[in-house]
Design a protein around this ligand. Sequence first.
Ligand code: BGC
Length: 722
Amino acid sequence: MKRSVWLALAFSVASMAAAKQVMAQTKKDTSAMINELISKMTLEEKVHMIHASSSFTSGGVPRLGIPELVTSDGPHGVRPEHGRDWNLDNNSLDSGSYLPTGVCLAATWNPQLGYAYGSVLGSEAAFRGKNVILGPGINIIRSPLNGRNFEYQSEDPFLVSKMVVGYIKGVQDQGISACVKHYAANNQETKRFTINVQMSERALREIYLPGFKAAVQVAGVNTLMSSYNKFRGQWASQNNYLLNQILKKEWGFKGLVMSDWDAVHNTMEALWNGMDLEMGTDLHMLPNPDYSKFFLGDTVVALVKSGRFPEYLLDEKVRRILYVMYKTNMINGKPLKGEYNTKAHQQTAAKVAEEGIVLLKNQNNFLPLDRSKIKSIAVIGYNAERKQSMGGGSSQIRAFYEVTPLAGIRNMAGNIKVNYAQGYDIKRDGGANDAMIAEAVEAAKKSDVVIMVGGWTHGFRYDVWKDNAFDAEDIDKVDMQMPFGQNELLKAVMKANPKTVVVLMGGGAIDMTQWIDQAPAILQAWYAGMEGGNAMAKIIFGQINPSGKLPMSFPKKLEDHGSQKLGEYPGDTTHLSVHYMDDIYVGYRYYDTYKVEPQFAFGHGLSYTTFAYSNLRLTTSGKRATATFTIKNTGKTAGAETVQLYVHQDKSALPRPEKELKGFNKVSLNPGEEKTISIEMDEDAFRYFSDVTNQWVMEPGSFQVLLGSSSRDIRLSGKINL
Ligand code: BGC
């Protein structure tokens, strides 16, 4: 080796050692500083730090320079401010960027966009003086009826694990803590405050926990929120197994655990079982809540004084809170300032929408619409002009602006005449009356093409009385039927003008069986944020080539769904328990294994171009494998394809799903361009959790590696032996 190379190597080893020393020193300094602070605190001051001090803050110790911890919802934007009485404080400047909701982000299958998304949130949270953003929400989409699916990401634990990391790092690189939620098994809103969830250890480990584990171990999330429900008989907020054993001991989580709002039920259990910070606003205490009366308030002072709870365990909770404060420069440094409503933030919102909207059906290349050939368009549907940002519950955003679908279409339409008809009202029964249908039919008849924008609509749980609380917190959907009489409306419109593009908004699947065969084109547009209307219109008119893929399966009918067939959703709502009998067969794991045809498969999403897959080579090394293949854009338009890699084990001691997602890669290609791609599989790609031995097992044998454009459109496959 040349002398210069040696020197460079020696230098870099020395500087690495120096950096390590500095890091160890800083670490020591931080823990020494934390210990010193704790040693100066009175018992009352310590207890003051482990419970809320207002709706969204927890107590500080001004005497020692310890600030309050300021949190804010939520997963897709910084929430408007609340007054002390919990009502919205409509007097402050509290708007923010309204990003597409979690499910749309997941539909991009683009972890880099997750990072950009998190950066916007972190930056705006910093600007608004927050320390913690209460997101991402990553509960597994187990039932299509869950009211919060729009906030969550996927039915698949691997996709969640990949998307969550970018989001959290994006937030935390802005000096703000992310708060992954709701840990764990909060997969329905029906009886969310009281339901006791039972599931096998295997389902817990394979399906419901991997996203949280990745949040802790890969992303290094600073804070975690426990859920409302019980898990195996014990509240999740005071659950020894979930919080102490798994999260803190097994995964080594160093940050703080906060409760969901008012989710703590018992002081002793919360104290002993891993809860660090009790949050919430007791609505019964309004308008003058006394936070010292919280479970982790004055009672704790009395318990420590009487020797019934050791002070060193209280110190441990305070230590975790201080650790997060040091990590985010709340105590010894300068918190970052952040930015507000910048062009770059708007562009991120746009990009996520453009990559997240999914083209479900496109018969004979009906889309994109050619503007030079169209003189008039009928836009039909209340969702076309409804602003959705304030819907949903705690994730509401006062958006700087929100481009509705109608506005987006108008922005793109140029000289094309737009004939708008509302079509239906948001009332569950009879929302589309004869007069409204007649008006819509009229608009459809006199227009060259129709764009019907409908689907679910974003309600608020307090809208229950208005019958429009879909995709909202604290309430599940009652069924999968298009609400507000839209089936009748759509059928009438399509009869009047078969050239109808159907755009569906919402957190997930809707029953399309009544009209799907007649619809030439269908888009799944989710709640696509403040630029959603522009993104949707750009896709319809071909300025953007769609590349979103479904992060969950869409069943044909509710009865087909695994959580209904096997799963006992929503459980026994009288005795407040639900057994996840669908076990590991969630989403496509169910459809594929039980041979049920979904309407649209997990991972499905069309493009305006076509892709050819070829030349698969599989190599192995120990317990790892690599799939290398070529992908080519064989059409005339630039586009992106998310190649998905699934693994099937030929023979295993315990039954396994037909296939499981273990890798993916989103590839952008110009017309005619081809790329060679490699996807690595580590041991995790082949293991499963055995309930019998209570551990992850890797059984030697043969595995099929399947590569495709969706879970049901496999283009290449090969076998490996491990
Ligand atoms: C929700 C959480 C939210 C909290 C604070 C709860 O009702 O479940 O997701 O972060 O309220 O608004």
